[in-house]
Structure formats: structure tokens, C-alpha cells
Design a protein. Structure first.
Length: 429
């Protein structure tokens, strides 16, 4: 008997999933339910868009902050009396004629304006009273009544150049000048807050403010200041008027001088101002130059960038959670499809790679759309604010790839769950 021979058969090649098939299957999975795909992609659009827009707006705003530091902070010098050294110089007989000598002289504005690079300058101090002064808009007011603003409204003595140095905005009337100060005229400026508290809203009737029953004609109202916001809440009288009415300043209440310089001259002026004011005793005064604009701007920029980067990262995490939730729902909905593919020979890794490609594609598309919307938003905000839009390439170009990475990470768990589905269990459902 002859043994029957089994016919030879070639081995069955293992199933493969080529790139073309993978892209086609992933595309079919995405387009099969376009509404769900769009909603899934929306999380990445919002996350990446917020990431790019926040960084772009931060860079744009930081540029404007730098300009403000350069134009305001970098042009302001403050001169004050050195603590503990003004006493002997102010004592009786401190001057050559036996009169008291103030640490900051009366003609300080004129002396400082002689320096090359000074735009304007002025001295100011808060007037100290033994007790709360009686301040009102009427001469017939009892101390402590509702009309008495003595404990609320401060009184300041300022030279003619102070309002200009502080870049004050006059909402009504005119500021006092060298004529008012030279003649010690009883005039006053009211800050907007003080005018509201005193009930003075118009100047056409020639209102007056009464300080300890002394009348001061209100000639102007200060709307706002760039450098000395405290003036907005008080009454400002000329320096020589305050000296004549309330007496000279005390030893420890000399006040300070504010100097506005041209850009780049602040450091030089800070070194020259004490000698220009008191050539006999420059050690009695100290000039405080502005902080370095680059350092200050860098600190503000770093703080803003760190804060908004944290917010943008939170947006990306929210987008990733949205993709993961929608993808895991898609796995449950396509359980029968997954079982059929496994029964036809698809391996677990093929199923996993397909879902990973789908989630990555959604993340990439969301990143592209979110980046485009973010760029439009930054440019629109800059145009509306009349700023210069700043978009760093390091934050714009990688943004779509960040979206793809978010989609890839978000799809890992759903892909592994899909790969573990057994074909017989899937076909039973």
C-alpha cells in the first residue's frame, strides 16, 4: 500500500496593514461620523488656539508694557532729604543770616531746570497739622460734621512745576503757576476725588475750599496723574502759599522733588540734582534714579508669560480629555466593526494603530485650525488697541504638532482598549 501524500501548500503570510490601508481606514473612520469628529476636534481647536493666542497676546502686551516703562518710569527721578541729617541744617542759625535753611530750597524748580536733559521738575509735600484740619466747601461748618472732610481729604503743598512733572491731567480750570506761587496767592487745585467729596463739580461760580476757616479759591480740578496718584484725592496749594499760611515744613516733613527728564538722561540727572539743589551740602539729599527698564520689563514679562502659559496648558489638558472621552465612546460604538476586523485577520496592534492615527489626525487638524484662529485673534486685538502684534515663531510653528501630540496621547488608552477586544465577544454584541 502506498501512502497518500499531502499536497504542499505555501504558508499563509501574516496579515499586514500598510500605510495606504491605514490612512484609508482612519479617514473612513473619521468621515463616517463627521459631527462626532468635528466635536472631538473642537477640544484641540480651543486648547491649541488658546495656547497660541495667550502667548501672542502676552508678547504683544509685554511690548506695550516695555514702552510704558521706557517713556514713564525711565524718565522720572525722585529727590528726597536724607533721614537724620536735615536737623542741624534746619535749626535756627543754620543760614548765614541766622534764618532757617530748608533742605530743598525754595527755588528748587529753577535750579534743576538748568540741568541739560530736564523737562520739568517740582517739589511737593503733605502738610501736617497738629490735629485733623477743618476742610469744607463752606465757611459755616462745624468740626466733625458730615461736611467736614478734615480726616478724609489730605492737603498738599506743591511748587508750580509739580503738576507738569507728575503729568497731571486738568479736567477743569487751569493749574496754578509761578505767578501764584511767587505772590503766595490763596488758590488751590482739587483732585477729582476730593472735589467729589466736597461737592464741587463746576468752577464757573468761583467756588472756594476752606482749610481751618481760611478760604482758597479753586482754580482747577485734577482729573488724573501718571506719577503722583495721591494728588487726585487731595487739595493742592502753592508751596509758598502753604509756607505763609501754615508755616515752614518741619524737619522730618520736607517732602520730595519729582523730576521728569528726557529719555536716557535720568541716571545723569540723578547724579547732578543734589549738587544743583544744595551745592553746600549735597549729602543732605538723595536722588533715586528709575529702575533699569530692561530688568523691570523682563520681570513683568516673565510673570505674565508664566501665568498665561499655565492657563494655556490647562486648556490643552481639557482638550486632551475631550478627545479621550470621545474616542473611548467611539470604541464602544464600533465594537462590532472591531470584532469583524479581528475575525478577518487584523491583529491587535493594527486596531490600536488605526485608533491612534484617527486621534492624532483629529489633534493635528484641531491644532492647525486653532493656530489660524489664534493668529487672527492676536492681529485683531492688536489692530483694535493700535498695538504692534508680536507672534513668536517658537510658539506658532510647533502649535499644530502640539495638537497632534495631544491627540496621540489622548488616543492611547482608547486604542489599547480597542486592541484588547476579543472577536468572539465583539461579534456577540
Amino acid at each position: 500500500m502506498r501512502r497518500s501524500r499531502t499536497p504542499w501548500r505555501a504558508p499563509v503570510p501574516p496579515p499586514r496593514l500598510g500605510w495606504r490601508d491605514l490612512v484609508a481606514e482612519a479617514g473612513a473612520g473619521l468621515t463616517q461620523r463627521p459631527g462626532r469628529s468635528v466635536l472631538t476636534m473642537l477640544g484641540t481647536v480651543l486648547g491649541v488656539g488658546a495656547f497660541v493666542a495667550i502667548l501672542g497676546l502676552t508678547a504683544t502686551a509685554s511690548g506695550q508694557i516695555g514702552k510704558q516703562f521706557n517713556s514713564l518710569t525711565a524718565t522720572t527721578v525722585t529727590v528726597t532729604a536724607v533721614d537724620g541729617q536735615a536737623g542741624p541744617d534746619l535749626a535756627a542759625g543754620g543760614g548765614t543770616d541766622g534764618a532757617a535753611v530748608e533742605t530743598i530750597p525754595a527755588d528748587s524748580d529753577r535750579r534743576v531746570r538748568r540741568l541739560n536733559g530736564v523737562v520739568t521738575a517740582g517739589t511737593w509735600r503733605q502738610i501736617r497739622f497738629g490735629a485733623d484740619p477743618l476742610i469744607s466747601a463752606s465757611p459755616i461748618v462745624r468740626p466733625g460734621s458730615e461736611a467736614d472732610m478734615g480726616g478724609i481729604v489730605p492737603v498738599f503743598a506743591a511748587s508750580a512745576g509739580t503738576l507738569g512733572a507728575a503729568e497731571a491731567t486738568i479736567s477743569q480750570g487751569v493749574p496754578f503757576n509761578a505767578f501764584h506761587e511767587g505772590r503766595a496767592e490763596p488758590v488751590a487745585m482739587l483732585g477729582a476725588t476730593a472735589a467729589k467729596r466736597l461737592g464741587i463739580s463746576r468752577l464757573d461760580a468761583g467756588p472756594a475750599v476752606f482749610i481751618n476757616n481760611r478760604a482758597f479759591t479753586v482754580i482747577g480740578i485734577i482729573g488724573d496723574t501718571e506719577q503722583l496718584p495721591e494728588l487726585v484725592a487731595g487739595v493742592v496749594v502753592p508751596r509758598q502759599t502753604a509756607r505763609r499760611v501754615f508755616g515752614p515744613p518741619p524737619v522730618d516733613g520736607q517732602g520730595q522733588m519729582i523730576i521728569r527728564t528726557r529719555l536716557g538722561a535720568a541716571e545723569v540727572i540723578a547724579g547732578l540734582a543734589p549738587r544743583a539743589l544744595r551745592p553746600d551740602r549735597p549729602d543732605l539729599l538723595t536722588a533715586i534714579p528709575p529702575p533699569a527698564p530692561k530688568v523691570l520689563r523682563g520681570k513683568v514679562t516673565d510673570e505674565l508669560t508664566g501665568l498665561f502659559l499655565l492657563l494655556a496648558t490647562i486648556c490643552l489638558v481639557i482638550g486632551a480629555i475631550g478627545i479621550a472621552n470621545t474616542t473611548i465612546v467611539a470604541v464602544f460604538e464600533r465594537t462590532g466593526e472591531i470584532g469583524l476586523r479581528r475575525a478577518l485577520g487584523a491583529r491587535p496592534r493594527h486596531i490600536a494603530v488605526q485608533f491612534l492615527v484617527e486621534s492624532t489626525a483629529l489633534g493635528l487638524l484641531g491644532g492647525l485650525i486653532g493656530t489660524a484662529l489664534a493668529i487672527i485673534t492676536v492681529v485683531a486685538v492688536a489692530l483694535a488697541k493700535q498695538w504692534t502684534a508680536v507672534l513668536e515663531p517658537v510658539s506658532v510653528f510647533p502649535a499644530p504638532l502640539i495638537g497632534a501630540a495631544v491627540g496621540l496621547l489622548a488616543g492611547m488608552y482608547p486604542a489599547m482598549r480597542a486592541a484588547r477586544i476579543e472577536p468572539q465577544e465583539a461579534l456577540r454584541q
